[in-house]
Design a protein. Sequence first.
Length: 652
Amino acid sequence: MMRALSFPILAALALTLVPSLTPSISRSAFAAPGDVRVPEVIDLSVAAAEAELRAGGFGAALRDAPAGGGPNGTIARQEPGGFALASPGLAVVLYVRGGAGPAIGIPGVSDPTPPPGLPADPTSNPPSSPTVPTAPPAAAEAIVPDVRGKSEADAIELLKHWLITILTVDSVPENEGRVTDQKPAAGSTLGPEGVVEISVGRSGTPAPAGTSIVPSVIGLTEDAAMQMLMAARLVPMFEVAVSTDPMKAGKALAQEPAPGTVVASDSNVVVTMGRMAASAMNEAEVPDCSRLPEGVARKRLLDAGFSILAVKDRMAAQTDNGLVLEQDPAPMTRLLKGRGVTLTVGRLVMLPVAVPDVTRVDAVSAERVLRDAGFEVEKVYADTLPSEVGKVIAEEPPGNSARVRGSFIRITIGRSNAAIPTTIAVPSVVGRIESQVRSDLQARGFGVRINLVPGAAAEAGKIRNQSPTGGALVAPGTEIVLDVVRADVVQPGVPLPNYVNMDAATAQLDLQAKGLRVAFAYTTGSPEGRVTSQDPVGGSVTVRGALVTLTVVRAPALGSPTLIEPAHRVALPRNHGVIFRWNPVPGAEDYQIEVLSWKDGGWQRENQYELRDPFMKVGKSRAGRYQWHVRARRAGGTITGPWSEFWSLQVY
């Protein structure tokens, strides 16, 4: 369960905020003469909001609003709303959280820089009692509405004036994604700093083998809906509908099948997305490409802001060869900029063309290449290795086969619901021929660097040493250094001192100064950092670039942290704030937390932090899907314990 935070603490910790989008003022083709669009200023400070409105030609009138949902002194809502059309000089009514007096927040922080994802500078060691300026008198208590039975997104909208804690509870499929309980109960009165706890139903009965339970994606963005459906082993299909409510633009309005429905895995789920009504800001008329050569038509569409969805062939007479016979949508149709247009081009002969080979290409690029070549694209998904997630792992018909343009090409896109492996074992290749193992190591995801060492002619080409050694657990992509014997290489000898009982750091510096490479093995004991043995032994002679292994004493191994919160697979709104917490590890001096985000069809590292205490607090963060894990460290990070398991987090 996520512990609810009081508003003053959140205000002091929310160092990073998600900024409102402030569109430029643009006239609409459907606006009355002289009307312009009102800037969106929600979540801005009073001073920033007034500046935006003045730049757009509007005035401002301030009204009090209950605290909560954001820092005091910021705009909770506005009338008219952002993007609305109004006459210049109109006074826009701004409702200020906590009252229209001086802004309340962190001293010295008035316009924080938005983060690229999760906050880039979290408070690693926050004070136990943060200093918060005295707020103006709180607004009167308000009545808590009844949100039971409503979707999670609708409930959050109704409760936006309070802090919200979301719990997930097992429930029947019919209640999937809907509020099953709330605290305090509907009709209760609650102050602006109060917390409303809602329980959201999640089906506790696992779906039968080969089936999936359809999750609720209503109110989510297209990217978040796609991630949630793909995680449930379902294939999303998006349709666009017009919405007159700007707040619903870019969010899912409906879905089919309904949430909680049990369907076969990899089934399609049709999601209807909202978009803004027609306006000069985001739509344009499709140009007329009739009777134009294909190349000229392509340029005209691209110049108008549209893409080429597909090019289809049709048998035609000599006079129509290479000319556009039809287009879809028709000329003069108003269409969102960036959408695709299909062209039908006349051909004397319907000759097949080669299908581009897009295997191992990322899915977005593969679809663009196939459509540019004139083919329709059908996408399916299949589980695969993490290295192939988001890439085309199969193509039917195969690349370089002959097909008529306009044919359907099915591409299978890799996906994986498994956590990314943090370490992989290094194979032992000592004694093998270098030319035979290089490609094998690279195929497993390792880098390879060759170091030539002298040796007998009979040993030429063989691997004498490797670093890291066989069986070592390392991160994917680690470079493996191979000492390969070359009979014709002559290097001057380097005498090795005896480093036993010396400090490991001092021994390492001396070896590197002699042009030698250093590897460490460890043994448990004390005092920590002392060298107990070396290979080759002291007094022997080696060559520059050779590997010397030092066995070093270190304290008993650190254990793996146990994660506490946020709960695994919890979903939180952007304004909630997040506390990452785990059990302390005996002997640990600090901790390392790594956060991954889902981007471009795969998990990518978002940020990595070092913290002295077993927790981290962040403020608002970008919507998306995240994973995180933690490990303990000591001795300045040179000694680390194993990573904890991955826990996932959805921010919407």
